[in-house]
Design a protein around this ligand. Structure first.
Ligand SMILES: Nc1ncnc2c1ncn2[C@@H]1O[C@H](COP(=O)(O)OP(=O)(O)OP(=O)(O)O)[C@@H](O)[C@H]1O
Ligand SMILES: [Mg+2]
Length: 178
């Protein structure tokens, strides 16, 4: 099943005097098995768009199909947990995504939360940290003590450790240049 936005609109602060329509009737289809990049100027709505992919934001109007999930404006969503395992989202400001007392605990949090045994979760965390080039010497360091680029790597590892079917990266190379 591809990703399909159908006439999706999103309004920040809906029904308030300072309401702001960030997405206006978006129709977009993304097929399976490909890497897609979205470009647009600052404030054009890229983050707003991708934050719909794991229902961090819910559409104000229209709908979104992703994998076997159908997210429809105004309907209560009952499948947030499996959706968030299947669709991993690395935030634009990934330092806000880190919260545990150590790097290894942070990366193991996802697998633990999704039902893996503690030992398995640690194993998955170690594999993911290896993939992003964070060595064992950082396992017990607080995420708050890392550099911006290291935080981003750890945030990406925290998504990879959950084996998502779709990975969404909001400006993934910020702080990692070149
Ligand atoms: N929490 C919020 N409350 C109100 N308006 C918001 C909020 N977040 C974003 N907006 C507005 O929605 C629009 C789209 O913002 P968004 O963050 O999606 O843009 P972007 O394309 O990701 O920009 P950038 O390249 O700077 O990351 C902007 O006009 C922004 O001011
Ligand atoms: Mg953005």
């Amino acid at each position: 099943m591809p990703i399909r936005f159908k006439k999706l609109s999103y309004i920040y602060n809906k029904d308030m005097p300072y309401a702001h329509k960030a997405l206006d009737q978006i129709d977009l289809e993304i097929n399976e098995g490909i890497i897609t990049a979205i470009i647009g100027e600052t404030g054009s709505g890229k983050s707003t768009l991708v934050e719909h992919l794991n229902a961090l934001l819910l559409p104000s109007k229209g709908s979104l199909e992703i994998l076997d999930y159908n997210i429809v404006a105004g309907q209560k969503q009952k499948f947030l947990k499996p959706l968030r395992k299947d669709v991993g989202l690395v935030f634009q400001f990934s330092e806000y995504q880190l919260f545990e007392e150590s790097v290894i605990k942070d990366v193991a949090f996802g697998p633990l939360n999704f039902g893996f045994a503690p030992q398995e979760a640690l194993q998955k965390a170690a594999e993911a940290l290896k993939m992003v080039g964070i060595g064992e010497e950082y396992y017990n360091v607080s995420p708050l003590e890392l550099s911006g680029g290291q935080k981003r790597r750890v945030a990406i590892a925290g998504i990879l450790s959950c084996d998502p079917k779709i990975i969404v990266l909001d400006e993934p190379t910020a702080g990692l240049d070149p």
